[in-house]
Ligand binder design. Structure first.
Ligand SMILES: Nc1ncnc2c1ncn2[C@@H]1O[C@H](COP(=O)(O)OP(=O)(O)OP(=O)(O)O)[C@@H](O)[C@H]1O
Ligand SMILES: [Mg+2]
Length: 145
């Protein structure tokens, strides 16, 4: 039933916990797992037609992409040897939109997401990304708190 699991992570402890849960689930279900990180797009008001800004923006993006990939590699090595097939995906964009689009386009069966993430402000049950993903996903969503 659940053979393709998508785990979006933002580098928070909560997101890392999602992976632990997902690996256990995947072992029982014989499912494949994709770990995904979205580098949030920079604000659109940055005027990239100015050369200096364009170059600065480009190097920030490259650094954030590298950082995201390393974060996924570290998570991957933390679950090595568990017998689960895990692949990695890093992309730039609006986190919720990218997660929703990947799940829909590649027919994932389940999204496992943290209730909160890096931006945790006390008092809210869900963050903006988990809120949007759980409301609009094309498949079931498991929220880890
Ligand atoms: N950039 C991202 N890439 C991949 N997954 C993400 C990203 N941001 C958030 N997530 C996923 O969504 C979960 C909830 O994070 P979310 O951003 O909604 O909450 P928050 O950071 O506490 O609040 P907010 O960002 O709204 O201030 C995370 O645990 C993670 O699973
Ligand atoms: Mg956040």
């Amino acid at each position: 039933m659940y053979s393709k699991l998508l785990v979006p992570v933002d580098g928070s402890d909560r997101a890392a916990k999602c992976l632990t849960h997902t690996i256990e689930l995947a072992q029982k279900l014989g499912a494949k797992v994709t770990l995904m990180h979205v580098v949030p797009s920079l604000p659109p008001y940055v005027n990239t037609s100015v050369d200096r800004l364009g170059q600065a923006q480009q190097s920030i993006i490259e650094e954030l992409m590298r950082n995201g990939k390393e974060m996924l590699e570290d998570l991957l090595s933390s679950v090595a040897g568990k017998g689960v097939d895990v692949d990695l995906y890093t992309v730039m964009g609006q986190p919720a939109d990218e997660i929703l689009e990947k799940a829909r386009a590649e027919n994932y069966d389940l999204i496992v997401i943290g209730s909160r993430g890096l931006g945790e402000i006390k008092g809210y049950l869900m963050g903006s990304v988990s809120n949007r993903v759980s409301r609009h996903a094309s498949c079931p969503v498991l929220i880890i708190r």
